[in-house]
Design a binder for this molecule. Structure first.
Ligand SMILES: [Zn+2]
Length: 211
């Protein structure tokens, strides 16, 4: 299959103009907006891993540190995401418990596993199920648009608890860690270049790798 890269053509990611690579110049600039133009996202796999590892590291404090601190006459109660889920489950709100579990525990972990799978297969130049992997990438990107929902859910929960009790509730440090996890997984998926999935599939020109 013929590719635009073979013809020295690329698209400016800032303004969308079609640009031609000038071989005499090391850095191609967009003729319309003068931004630097590249064939691919720079250091795609390395950056994806960096954001992914940072997200996984912060996933620990996000789950260990309290997300809510409620002060009552009887003292201070600190809840982590998990203890909050258990609290909702045991106090007769299994639906809220399930929503928080899906949004804050399941989705971030599944997103990280999926991105790691994409990064590993791209790194090994795997030819395994490229269409399914491309679909998986689109799914991660689609989820990414709703990712802030996780933080939103935490906010709703805090408000709900607030309405139910006389306690004063503050957001705990876990919320900051959790927000960072959400942002880092979004950056990881933005860094991944889905065109890497198709490179090894294009058998007729695997000797040339446009930069
Ligand atoms: Zn441009």
């Amino acid at each position: 299959m013929m590719t635009a890269a073979d013809k020295g053509l690329m698209v400016c990611r800032t303004c969308g103009a079609l640009c031609r690579r000038v071989r005499s110049i090391s850095q191609t600039r967009c003729p319309r907006c003068f931004d630097a133009v590249r064939f691919r996202k720079r250091d795609s796999i390395g950056r994806t891993w960096a954001f992914l590892i940072a997200a996984l590291i912060l996933y620990i404090p996000a789950n260990v540190l309290p997300v809510t601190e409620s002060h009552t006459l009887f003292g201070t109660q600190r809840d982590t995401i998990m203890s909050g889920i258990v609290l909702f489950w045991t106090t007769g709100s299994p639906f809220i418990a399930a929503v928080i579990f899906a949004a804050s525990v399941m989705i971030p972990i599944l997103k990280c596993i999926a991105l790691a799978l994409l990064a590993i297969t791209a790194q090994r130049r795997s030819r395994w199920r490229p269409q399914q992997r491309a679909k998986l990438y689109r799914l991660i990107e689609w989820i990414g648009r709703w990712s802030m929902l996780d933080v939103f859910v935490v906010a709703i929960v805090v408000a709900l608890v607030h309405l139910r009790s006389l306690a004063t509730i503050h957001a705990g440090p876990g919320v900051a860690a959790f927000g960072a996890v959400v942002v880092l997984t979004m950056l990881a998926s933005k860094s991944f270049d889905p065109r890497l999935i198709w490179d090894p599939v294009e058998t007729n020109h695997d000797s040339r790798q446009p930069r």
